[in-house]
Design a protein around this ligand. Structure first.
Ligand SMILES: Nc1ncnc2c1ncn2[C@@H]1O[C@H](COP(=O)(O)OP(=O)(O)OP(=O)(O)O)[C@@H](O)[C@H]1O
Ligand SMILES: *[C@@H]1O[C@H](CO)[C@@H](O)[C@H](O)[C@H]1NC(C)=O
Ligand SMILES: *[C@@H]1O[C@H](CO)[C@@H](O)[C@H](O)[C@H]1NC(C)=O
Ligand SMILES: *[C@@H]1O[C@H](CO)[C@@H](O)[C@H](O)[C@H]1NC(C)=O
Ligand SMILES: *[C@@H]1O[C@H](CO)[C@@H](O)[C@H](O)[C@H]1NC(C)=O
Ligand SMILES: *[C@@H]1O[C@H](CO)[C@@H](O)[C@H](O)[C@H]1NC(C)=O
Ligand SMILES: [Mg+2]
Length: 671
């Protein structure tokens, strides 16, 4: 990027023609400027080169070599022979790049010399231009980065004015005087910093000023060096100007980026910084600067990410933490990891919540690996007491396989939480099909209801009799009957009540079940038996056939008990009137009445008078005819029971017993 200006002689249009023609740099209004040296025709020798980027590189790293770069033609410093040396000024942008920070080497010099012949100059020192003595007509501004005792250098970082001698006329620590404060600020020459140097000579004043500043700062008004010296006694009429340097052992680079010169009334043009070439090592500096910025950020980012990972891991550990006790070892295969359940239910998201009961919430989930659909029942359970017994039972129950039971797959424990994992029943629980708004069409016809009833009876029979030990369900009701894909009834939640029933003590009020389904002796003694299951099953039969809840409020706000109501209709020989009206008569009357009668029989107040589940299935299948029931007898029995227990039957009919004991049940935390 050469920019040659011959300002006063030629109109601008002709400038290009003369762009490279320097031959006649005559005395007069002359100036030139180089912003980079790409197209300059500098006379180079030694190791001096102009790089591709346009930098003048005064030292290419080779040892023992002196390098010069000269303006190609000599300049006329005097108007007339014997006259005074006229004023001149030079501006130089340079940059010294040391191979190793803090290691100094010889510097760079700007000179005015009588010839291009520097064969006498030393190879290794004195900037490749000075001789130790007998120099003639030589004016040198030294940019010295090496403390040379021969030169009586003040330090290894100074600027000096040398006239015909290696001993400086004047020198100063590199730096500048700040305009605002007048305070001296030193600069390090050998620090990959682009610096600007101004050399001014004034003819009248016969004064040499040398000023240094960082590139982006303007010229300070106070020069670094200011020496009164008449160069008329030094310079020849015509002389060469240029730079010199000795190549360095340290591979220190002396770059000149820009140069302007002016004389005879023309000041050196100021150098446009934006047009200057870039110093290659500066990129490294920029990189290291960048590194200085990036490194802390990267470190911080690393620390933050490591911290985050640790926190996440801790949270994850905590999130997926479980309670596991030694005795659980044997149940390993039935144990689910919380993480799997958490992922299956998408973190127990509320959109996966399928329902909530007395023990906890039920979430739908899909196991990640097997894609199997599961229902996770999540219960809060603080007490460890009875946990082992319960888990043992859960696991043993898990071994139960029956087409009318909801398969229990396993469990998982966390602090204060217990989760049971079941097969997911796509059609939900039966209660949703039989309790709905009056005017809705039934979603379950009689045939389906009968099939469900028979299925549940078979399932309960399996629990009571077909398994190696008797399993009492304890919580039979419509919401615990689930429907599989084929609308088969499957009994769920078996044995669960056991968890809340520590009732080895008959006096215990830890009675569990659901109001309306509780057999009277269960209310009295808190002791569950297969017969209390049969009682609840009876209630279930009435519920399904009549499509009504065990208890409801009548128009006057009195509680009406389904069993009372059915019994009353039976007494009045209107049993079929109790069948769910929403079936619109579309049912087998015999079947429906059979189911109702079995239901009432199952709800016999005396446990011994209730049929077993085996008998119930036989009645349902029609294998055994239902024993002839005396409705009045049943009523009398029921009433008798009331009296036995000191109840005033005229005020309180039997099932109300339930509600009065319901408080007890509620206290137990069960249903
Ligand atoms: N295995 C399952 N598959 C699909 N849905 C289920 C499953 N188990 C339970 N549900 C649904 O979750 C709901 C809540 O069940 P949950 O057992 O917690 O309460 P409940 O049966 O109403 O009362 P209880 O706590 O006395 O059993 C049920 O009504 C049912 O709709
Ligand atoms: C430096 O310059 C000299 C002379 O031109 C040359 O012989 C040498 O190979 C150069 N060294 C490098 C590293 O370019
Ligand atoms: C040198 O010559 C120029 C014109 O060529 C003139 O303007 C200037 O004054 C002269 N300087 C001296 C010192 O004679
Ligand atoms: C350079 O100067 C030296 C002595 O100072 C001389 O021997 C030599 O011939 C000169 N070289 C040229 C090219 O003039
Ligand atoms: C400036 O010079 C003084 C004295 O020579 C020195 O103590 C100081 O470290 C220098 N500062 C810099 C930035 O070079
Ligand atoms: C040199 O510096 C002195 C002091 O700042 C100033 O008075 C003088 O004009 C300067 N001379 C030149 C040629 O810049
Ligand atoms: Mg349930």
């Amino acid at each position: 990027m050469t920019n040659m200006k011959r300002v006063s002689f030629l109109p601008p249009l002709l400038l290009p023609l003369f762009g490279l023609a320097f031959a006649t740099f005559a005395a007069g209004d002359d100036q030139f400027i180089f912003s980079g040296f790409t197209q300059s025709s500098l006379a180079l020798d030694g190791g001096a080169v102009v790089t591709q980027g346009g930098l003048l590189d005064m030292s290419n790293g080779t040892n023992n070599i002196k390098s010069h770069a000269l303006y190609p033609t000599p300049l006329r410093f005097r108007n007339s022979s014997g006259g005074k040396v006229q004023s001149f000024s030079a501006t130089i942008v340079f940059c010294i790049v040391g191979a190793y920070p803090g290691v100094s080497a010889n510097g760079l010099a700007f000179f005015i010399a009588p010839s291009k012949n520097f064969s006498d100059a030393q190879l290794t020192q004195y900037f490749g231009i000075l001789k130790p003595n007998n120099n003639d007509n030589l004016f040198v501004i030294e940019v010295d980065t090496f403390q040379n005792p021969d030169m009586q250098d003040i330090n290894d970082n100074h600027i000096g004015i040398d006239i015909n001698s290696v001993l400086s006329l004047q020198s100063h620590e590199a730096g500048f005087y700040e305009d605002s404060s007048g305070v001296f600020k030193n600069l390090t020459l050998n620090a990959q910093i682009e610096l600007q140097l101004w050399v001014d000579y004034e003819e009248e004043e016969t004064r040499i000023n040398v000023t240094l500043a960082p590139l982006h700062m303007g010229k300070p008004s106070r020069p670094l060096l200011s020496a009164a010296y008449d160069l008329s006694a030094v310079l020849t009429d015509t002389a060469y100007i240029g730079f010199s340097s000795t190549a360095e052992i340290m591979n220190t680079r002396h770059y000149v980026l820009g140069w302007s010169f002016g004389m005879n009334g023309q000041a050196a043009p100021s150098i446009d910084i934006s047009k200057l070439p870039k110093v290659p090592r500066l990129r490294q500096r920029a990189q290291s600067k960048l590194l200085a910025i990036i490194l802390p950020i990267a470190t911080a980012a690393l620390i933050i990410s490591v911290g985050t990972v640790v926190i996440l891991m801790v949270r994850r550990r905590r999130r997926y933490s479980e309670v596991r006790e030694d005795w659980e070892g044997e149940f390993g295969p039935h144990r689910f990891s919380y993480k799997d359940l958490f992922q299956a239910t998408q973190g127990f998201k509320s959109k996966n919540l399928v329902g909530a009961g007395g023990f906890g919430e039920v979430y739908k989930g899909v196991l990640r690996l097997s894609k199997k659909e599961i229902a996770v029942k999540k219960m809060s359970h603080e007490s460890r007491q009875g946990m082992k017994e319960f888990i043992t039972e859960v696991v043993s129950i898990g071994k139960l396989r029956h087409r009318n039971l909801v398969q229990l797959l396993g469990y998982c424990r966390r602090k204060g939480e217990l989760m049971l994992v079941y097969d997911y029943m796509s059609n939900g629980s039966l209660d949703k099909y039989i309790h709905y708004q009056e005017d809705d069409k039934p979603t379950l016809n009689w045939a389906q209801r009968f099939q469900v009833i028979k299925g549940i009876a078979t399932g309960l029979l399996y629990l009571h009799e077909k398994w190696e030990k008797v399993v009492i369900h304890r919580d039979i009701k419509a919401s615990n009957v689930l429907l599989d894909d084929e609308m088969n009834g499957r009994l769920g939640d078996f044995g669960l009540a056991r968890l809340y029933d520590h009732g080895a003590d008959p006096q215990s009020t830890h009675m569990v079940g659901t109001m309306g389904y509780l057999a009277p002796e269960l209310v009295r003694t808190g002791k569950a038996s297969p017969r209390t299951d049969v009682y609840a099953f009876g209630m279930f039969l009435l519920e399904v056939t009549c499509g009504q809840k065990p208890m409801k409020q009548d128009a006057e706000g009195n509680q009406v008990f389904l069993v009372d109501w059915v019994l009353e209709h039976w007494n009045n020989r209107l049993l079929s009137k109790t069948v769910d009206a929403r079936l619109q008569g579309d049912y087998g009357v015999d079947e429906a009445c059979l189911v109702l009668k079995i239901g009432l029989l199952c709800m016999h107040p005396f446990p011994g008078s209730r049929p077993s589940m085996r008998e119930v299935t036989q009645y349902l299948d029609g294998e055994t005819p239902l024993p002839e029931l005396k409705t009045t007898q049943l009523s009398v029995d029921m009433q008798g029971l009331m009296q036995d227990n000191g109840f005033n039957t005229s005020v309180m009919s039997y099932p109300q017993l339930m509600s009065s004991f319901g408080a007890v049940s509620d206290l137990s935390g069960g249903r």
